[in-house]
Design a protein around this ligand. Structure first.
Ligand code: PBG
Length: 303
């Protein structure tokens, strides 16, 4: 049902802006006012939650990604505007990682050799999480894959009296070739040198996913995510069976783009593919799915 869906949206600067994202046909960057309209649309469709990502202007990106800590950054302005307009009618899930803010496109702080530093990054992620929670985020979703960040973020949220803010951990996140269009959408594709394999997982390794999930749950995650989606359904069901906690799947940007490319080539029926792929996540035990097709799917479900 539409209640199973989380709708990822990309925020950009300006007023009245809707800018199509070429590698994600049908998905646009929206300025904050447009994001508020999408939030109202989600409420009317019965979609309970949005996932927000910023397209940070190049002149606000830096080596240390400190724009992530700015209380007036694009994300915080979007969160506040949604909450002002819709209150508790919609949940706001916010991505925690530095890649939309760094000049090098990595999710964390790097040393001179470009190596991503785990512990220094965790401190920055704690600041980013508190910034988003203060703006009104309901669910903090760390997508950075640093070790130990869930415990650090949970402690900081408790200390700051954000006791009801949830954490949905991107616990089993693979170093995947299927994130390309997303990197266009947050403006990091051209900046990223190398890859994210020192912190995201090896696609050949299933056991590590269970260890990552176990750690994040022990550290205080309320729910966990498996990412990408369909090619990793085996991981989703194993996590569900091993831990019995709410498991979410992210049908990522490249999966969306593959469906749209197949439709554009006349090789597939969009509506049937959208519904069948979403049902597959539910069959595998997922509590919900992040999908760029959320609004379309909700309408297909008769919302
Ligand atoms: C980065 C992040 C990524 C996605 C969500 N958060 C990309 C990456 O790790 O490079 C991918 C989502 C998608 O492809 O739709 N913190």
């Amino acid at each position: 049902t539409p209640a199973d869906l989380i709708w990822p949206l990309f925020v950009t600067e300006g007023q009245g802006v809707e800018d199509p994202i070429a590698s994600l046909p049908g998905v646009s960057w929206w300025s904050v006012d447009g994001i508020v309209s999408r939030a109202k649309e989600a409420v009317s469709l019965g979609i309970p939650c949005l996932a927000l990502f910023p397209n940070t202007q190049p002149d606000r990106r830096s080596e240390d990604g400190k724009e992530a800590l700015n209380p007036d950054n694009l994300m915080c302005r979007a969160i506040r505007a949604i909450k002002d307009a819709c209150g508790d009618d919609i949940g706001v899930l916010t991505d925690v990682a530095l890649d939309p803010y760094t000049s090098h496109g990595q999710d964390g702080l790097i040393d001179d050799a470009g190596y991503v530093l785990n512990d220094a990054t965790v401190a920055a992620l704690v600041g980013q999480s508190l910034n988003q929670a203060a703006a009104g985020a309901d669910i903090i979703a760390p997508s950075d894959m640093m070790d130990g960040r869930i415990a650090a973020i949970r402690d900081a949220l408790e200390d700051a009296a954000h006791v009801n803010v949830q954490i949905m951990s991107y616990a089993a996140k693979y170093a995947s070739a299927i994130y390309g269009p997303f990197r266009d959408a947050v403006g990091s594709r051209g900046l990223l040198k190398g890859d994210k394999k020192t912190y995201q997982m090896d696609p050949a390794n299933a056991e590590e996913a269970l260890r990552e999930v176990e750690m994040d749950l022990a550290e205080g995650a309320d729910s966990v995510m498996v990412k990408p989606g369909l090619p990793y359904l085996d991981i989703a069901i194993r996590v569900k069976q091993a831990f019995g906690v709410p498991v979410f799947a992210y049908q990522v940007s490249g999966e969306y783009a593959m469906i749209e490319a197949a439709v554009a080539a006349g090789a597939a029926d969009r509506d049937a593919m959208v519904l069948e792929t979403l049902v597959a996540f539910k069959r595998a035990g997922c509590s919900g799915v992040l999908t760029y097709h959320a609004a379309h799917a909700a309408r297909l479900m008769g919302a």
